[in-house]
Ligand binder design. Structure first.
Ligand code: ATP
Ligand code: MG
Ligand code: MG
Ligand code: MG
Length: 474
C-alpha cells in the first residue's frame, strides 16, 4: 500500500465512523507562542479539549503535519540514527471531544489495524502498552480484543527511570490529562531492540506506531486529579512508520515516498544511490522539514523558529558537503518533494518558487563560510584528539555560522567530545560584550537593536505549564 493510500484510508475509515475530516493546521501554531512547531495532531484542538471552544462535531480525524525539531520534542538528533524518526512527519489522528472513550477507541484502532478490509496486519505482530494502573484499558485489550497477557505491557509514569517509557499524558502542571495506550509492531528478531519498558526499548525492533491518549482527568493546582465530566480521546499514528509496516520494510526511509527523495539526494550530491549512506537519508528528511516550514511562512533567521529552520538547512548542506557536494544543491530537491507530496499538500506547489529561493539563498550564504569552518574544525580535530575546545566551537558558531548542534553532529560522527561548558563561557563573554555595547549606545542615545543572536531554546525554556500539546510519552 502506497503512503498516500494509507493516508486516505485512515481518514476514510474514521469518516465511516462518524468523524469529521479536518485539514491539517499550519506547522506554526500562530496563537500559541509557547509551542515552537505543531508537534501533534491534537494541537489544533487543544481549546476544544479544554472546553474553551465548541465545534459542530464531537469526532474529528486528521492527517497533521508535524515538526519535532527544537522545543520539547526534539528528534533532530535521532535523524540518521534511527529507522523511525523524522524532523517532519505526518501524524494521523482520530479525536473524540467528550464523545466515545477507551472502549470505542481501542476497538476502532484494532479494527483499522487488523481487519482484512482495512490494513490486515497480522495480530501476532502487535504488542500494546497500557498505563500501569489502567485496569480498564488492560481489560479491554485482554478480555474484549483477546490480546494475550504476555503482549500487554504495563508501563507507569516511570519518573527518573533511565528507560522511561511513559504512558501517562498530561497537558501541563494543571489541566486535562490521562493515561494512554500505545501499539507497537514487531519488525522481527533480526533487528536489535527490546520490548517497551526494557533496557533495549530504544532499538528499532518494536516500533511504536500508534498512541491513544485517554483524556480523563483535570489536574488542579493542588495536584488532585478530578475526573472530567466528558472524557475525551486523542490519538496519533505515524504515517511513515505505518507505511513501512505495510510495505514490509523496516526503515521509514525505504517507503515509496522516501525512496524517491533519497534518490534525489543521491542525484544532487553526485553519489551512487544507497540506503546505507546516512547522509542521504538525513538530506531526504531535512528537505521535507525545511520546505514545509517555509511553505508555512518560516524563513531562516537568527532566532526562534527561523533559527531552527536555519539549523536544519545548514545540517543538510553540511551532509551534502560531506558527500563531496560543495555547490548549492539542496533547493534542487524541492521539485522531487512537490512530486511526492504536492497533491496532498497543495501549499508546496503554490510556494515552490519561494521555497527554492529561500533555500538557495541560505545555502549560498552558508557555502561562503562552510569550507573555511570545516578547515578550522579539521585542524582542531587533527591536533586535539578527545575533546573539541569551547573556543573552537564558539569560533565556528560566531565566525563561520556553525550552529552548536551542527558541530555536535560532526563530533558525534567522529566520536569526539565537546567542551560545552567552555562554549557557554564564550557565549556568556560575548553577551557581556553585547551588554556593554548596548549600555554604551544607550548612553549615547543611539537606537540599538541588540546584536545578541543566540537561540535560547525557545519553547523549552518558556515554562512547561503553558505548553499544552506535549505528549509525555516521548
Ligand atoms: P517515539 O517513542 O518512537 O519517539 P513518541 O512516543 O515520541 O515516539 P508520540 O508523541 O506518542 O511519539 O506520537 C504519536 C505517534 O507519532 C508515534 O506513535 C509515532 O508513530 C509517531 N511519531 C512520533 N515521533 C515521530 C518522529 N519523529 N518521526 C516519525 N513519526 C513519529
Ligand atoms: Mg508515544
Ligand atoms: Mg514513545
Ligand atoms: Mg519521541
Amino acid at each position: 500500500m502506497k503512503t498516500s493510500e494509507l493516508r486516505s484510508k485512515y481518514l476514510q475509515f474514521f469518516e465511516s465512523k462518524g468523524h469529521k475530516p479536518v485539514r491539517s493546521s499550519s506547522l506554526v501554531p500562530h496563537n500559541d507562542p509557547t509551542l515552537l512547531f505543531t508537534n501533534a495532531g491534537m494541537n489544533q484542538f487543544k481549546d476544544v479539549f479544554l472546553g474553551f471552544e465548541k465545534r459542530d462535531y464531537t469526532r474529528a480525524t486528521t492527517a497533521q503535519k508535524c515538526v519535532r525539531a527544537g522545543g520539547k520534542h526534539n528528534d533532530l538528533e535521532n535523524v540518521g540514527y534511527t529507522a523511525r524518526h523524522h524532523t517532519f512527519f505526518e501524524m494521523l489522528g482520530n479525536f473524540s471531544f467528550g464523545d466515545y472513550f477507551k472502549q470505542q477507541a481501542i476497538h476502532y484502532a484494532w479494527e483499522f489495524l487488523t481487519s482484512p478490509e482495512w490494513l490486515n496486519i497480522p495480530k501476532e505482530k502487535l504488542l500494546v502498552t497500557v498505563y500501569a494502573e489502567d485496569d480498564e484499558a488492560y481489560n479491554i485489550w485482554h478480555n474484549e480484543i483477546g490480546i494475550p497477557a504476555e503482549r500487554i505491557v504495563r508501563i507507569g509514569d516511570n519518573k527518573g527511570a533511565k528507560y522511561a517509557s511513559d504512558n501517562f499524558w498530561q497537558m501541563g502542571d494543571t489541566g486535562p490529562c490521562g493515561p494512554c495506550t500505545e501499539i507497537f509492531y514487531d519488525h522481527g528478531e533480526e533487528i536489535w531492540g527490546g520490548i517497551p519498558g526494557s533496557a533495549e526499548e530504544d532499538g528499532d525492533r518494536w516500533i511504536e506506531i500508534w498512541n491513544n491518549v485517554f483524556m480523563q482527568f483535570n489536574r488542579d493546582e493542588q495536584g488532585n486529579m478530578n475526573p472530567l465530566p466528558k472524557p475525551s480521546v486523542d490519538t496519533g499514528m505515524g504515517l511513515e512508520r505505518m507505511a513501512a509496516v505495510l510495505q514490509h520494510v523496516h526503515s521509514n526511509y525505504e517507503i515509496d515516498l522516501f525512496q524517491n527523495l533519497v534518490k534525489a539526494a543521491a542525484r544532487e550530491t553526485g553519489v551512487a544511490f544507497s540506503m546505507d549512506v546516512p547522509s542521504l537519508k538525513v538530506i531526504a528528511d531535512h528537505i521535507r522539514a525545511c520546505s514545509f516550514l517555509i511553505a508555512d511562512g518560516v524563513l531562516p533567521s537568527n532566532e526562534g523558529r527561523g533559527y531552527v529552520l536555519r539549523r536544519i538547512i545548514r545540517r543538510a548542506v553540511r551532509h551534502g558537503y560531506k558527500l563531496g557536494q560543495k555547490g548549492a544543491f539542496f533547493h534542487k530537491l524541492v521539485p522531487d518533494l512537490v512530486q511526492e507530496m504536492g497533491d496532498a499538500y497543495p501549499e508546496l506547489k503554490e510556494k515552490q518558487t519561494q521555497i527554492m529561493d529561500a533555500l538557495k539563498n541560505e545555502e549560498t550564504r552558508f557555502a561562503e563560510t562552510l569550507e573555511k569552518g570545516m578547515g578550522l574544525l579539521e585542524n582542531a580535530l587533527n591536533t586535539s584528539t578527545q575533546t573539541l575546545s569551547g573556543e573552537v566551537i564558539f569560533k565556528l558558531y560566531d565566525t563561520y555560522g556553525f550552529p552548536y548542534d551542527l558541530t555536535a553532529d560532526i563530533c558525534r560522527e567522529r566520536d569526539v567530545e565537546m567542551d560545552e561548558d567552555g562554549f557557554n563561557r564564550e557565549m556568556e563573554a560575548q553577551r557581556a560584550r553585547a551588554r556593554s555595547a548596548q549600555n554604551f549606545k544607550a548612553n549615547t542615545q543611539l537606537d540599538y537593536n541588540g546584536a545578541d543572536t543566540e537561540f535560547t531554546g525557545y519553547a523549552d525554556r518558556s515554562g512547561s505549564a503553558k505548553i499544552i500539546a506535549l505528549y509525555k510519552g516521548s
